[in-house]
Design a binder for this molecule. Structure first.
Ligand code: ADP
Ligand code: MG
Ligand code: MG
Length: 195
């Protein structure tokens, strides 16, 4: 697999910005029946902050790049998803001097998300994309198809974390917005040249 580099990370964040921008209304639409309808706007603020944060860095190394992404997401997203995405990138920043293998960096990112948010697989959150996707690296099946499957899997789940959990059974039948945005994160990683 391709190692994570500053160049790849920057390209990835450019494509993630474009994807969030394009799907902002859709993400907020997903967040309407089972949340407060702001996920698209939250993420757009986040990726705008990421773009600004990265533009300010002068010849950054990978660690500084990942830290800047984390800080922007934590400070700009606003919703519950912000600190979770931020934690994911902070954990990658902490680990990246030791390894630049995406699967190892995504593994520590997932651990951070789980620790911070307390969600397990099956709770209908972004963890339901991160967890199966991290696993696909070990059998070489990481692909857009697997990403789509993981996002889709949240539809039939009952939410046990976050705002959607207030709805109980009524959360069933809707895709989780944070799972969808995490799907975009992994898809754009592939488009940026990460495999
Ligand atoms: P808010 O709910 O504060 O408005 P967002 O709309 O930006 O925040 O994000 C909602 C998404 O955050 C959910 O769809 C879910 O994927 C994710 N999320 C919420 N709480 C948790 C949690 N405890 N663990 C993992 N993911 C969570
Ligand atoms: Mg919301
Ligand atoms: Mg909100």
């Amino acid at each position: 697999a391709e190692m994570l580099t500053v160049e790849l990370t920057k390209k990835w964040m450019e494509l993630f910005y474009d994807e969030i921008d394009k799907n902002k209304a859709y993400l907020s639409e997903l967040d309407t029946p089972i949340g407060d309808g702001d996920h698209g706007n939250n993420m757009k603020r986040g990726v705008t902050g990421v773009k600004e944060g990265l533009a300010k860095l002068k010849e950054p190394d990978l660690k500084a790049t990942l830290q800047a992404i984390a800080m922007a997401l934590i400070s700009k997203v606003g919703g519950a998803s912000g600190p979770l995405y931020g934690t994911a990138f902070l954990e990658m920043a902490k680990k990246c001097n030791e390894t630049q293998k995406p699967e190892e960096l995504f593994t520590v990112a997932l651990e951070g998300i789980k620790k911070r948010g307390g969600a397990k697989e099956g709770d209908k959150t972004m963890v339901d994309v991160w967890a199966p996707i991290v696993k696909t690296f070990s059998d070489g099946s990481f692909s857009k198809e697997e990403i789509k499957k993981a996002v889709e899997s949240t539809k039939d789940m009952e939410a046990r974390k976050g705002r959607a959990s207030y709805l109980g059974e009524r959360s069933i039948g809707h895709l989780d917005p944070g799972a969808m945005s995490s799907g975009y994160l992994f898809e754009t990683f592939i488009d940026a040249g990460g495999t």
